[in-house]
Design a binder for this molecule. Structure first.
Ligand code: NAP
Length: 280
């Protein structure tokens, strides 16, 4: 495939060291014979505005957005799909032929699809973390009709802001910020989501006490590398139903691919590429 007329897609973040999305999207482009490449763009916060205004000229047709830009990027969009304004974050941008930038939140949609397929009882949910991913998760759960959501973040202002926003949108949902893991009252919950990065490193502590885990609790860890965090391993040993965030990553990527190309995403191809990249 020549570089002539190559469509450029990619990921913006700071820093961007490694991305599994590149493997997934490049495999999908190859599958359809699309002359396109997914690249990594290191964009500093002070360069964000410039990146958005010059992306179309540079031949970029779409990109994913990651830490620390998911929230600040919303201000530079011409159009927002459902969820972006509500969540206050975008992780996928499409650039149309006229240069217009449309933002999506496929984290929200990917998570929603996965928990639907897993048939999780979200009635009483506890969330660890209130960062970018947690915002999409809490919105998805409130929209799905969770009766109660408790959120804990070490940064109380973040959980406070998230809860305030969700309360306004979903007055029927009992959502509250708590100041400790104990106050999440996990023994009374049906669903626990880890939306913190804790568990990615081998020596990361287990955030919850083992005694809090019970048979009626489903545990979802957004982390997919490692495939089994200490939290999931402990829960599995106790016989709980668990899931990591791999399918959420796949589904958000598939939706991004569909928004960008208009083609149905090749699920098996993308899943296989993801698995290969994770094994390396
Ligand atoms: P983020 O914006 O940095 O948010 C993480 C939040 O958790 C921060 O507010 C952080 O506070 C808080 N936190 C850290 N340690 C904590 C602790 N011990 N107790 C409670 N809260 C704590 O990150 P993110 O983008 O939301 O991502 C979170 C995780 O989800 C990452 O592991 C990421 O890889 C994963 N993720 C997965 C998918 C997927 O498709 N599966 C998609 C998005 C994200 P401080 O900033 O003060 O440390």
């Amino acid at each position: 495939m020549s570089n002539f007329g190559k469509q450029i897609y990619g990921l913006i973040g700071y820093p961007v060291k490694h991305s599994f999305s590149a493997a997934m999207h490049n495999a999908a482009f190859l599958h359809f014979g699309i002359n396109a490449q997914y690249r990594l763009f290191e964009v500093k916060p002070q360069e964000l505005k410039d990146f958005f205004s010059s992306a179309h000229e540079k031949g970029i047709r779409g990109f994913n957005v990651t830490i620390p830009h998911k929230e600040n990027a919303v201000a530079f969009l011409d159009e927002k799909s459902f969820g972006v304004a509500e969540i206050g974050a975008t992780n996928t941008v499409r650039i149309d032929n006229d240069g217009k930038l449309k933002g999506f939140n496929t984290d929200y949609a990917g998570f929603s699809r996965d928990i639907k397929e897993l048939n999780v009882n979200v009635e009483r949910t506890a969330i660890l973390g209130a960062g970018g991913a947690a915002k999409a998760v809490v919105f998805a759960l409130a929209k799905k009709g969770a009766a109660e959501i408790a959120v804990f973040d070490i940064d109380a202002s973040r959980s406070g802001d998230l809860v305030k926003k969700i309360k306004q949108m979903f007055p029927e949902c009992k959502v509250h910020a708590v100041d400790s893991v104990e106050a999440l009252r996990i023994p009374e919950k049906t669903f626990l989501v880890n939306a913190t990065p804790l568990g990615m490193k081998e020596d990361d502590p287990l955030l919850v006490e083992e005694e809090m885990l019970h048979k009626n609790l489903f545990i979802y860890d957004l982390i997919y590398n490692p495939a089994q965090t200490k939290l999931l391993e402990t829960a599995k040993q106790k016989g709980l139903r668990v899931s990591n965030g791999l399918k959420m990553l796949l589904y958000q990527g598939m939706l991004a691919f569909e928004h960008w190309t208009g083609n149905p995403a090749p699920e098996r191809v993308m899943f296989h590429a993801l698995g290969e990249a994770l094994r390396q």
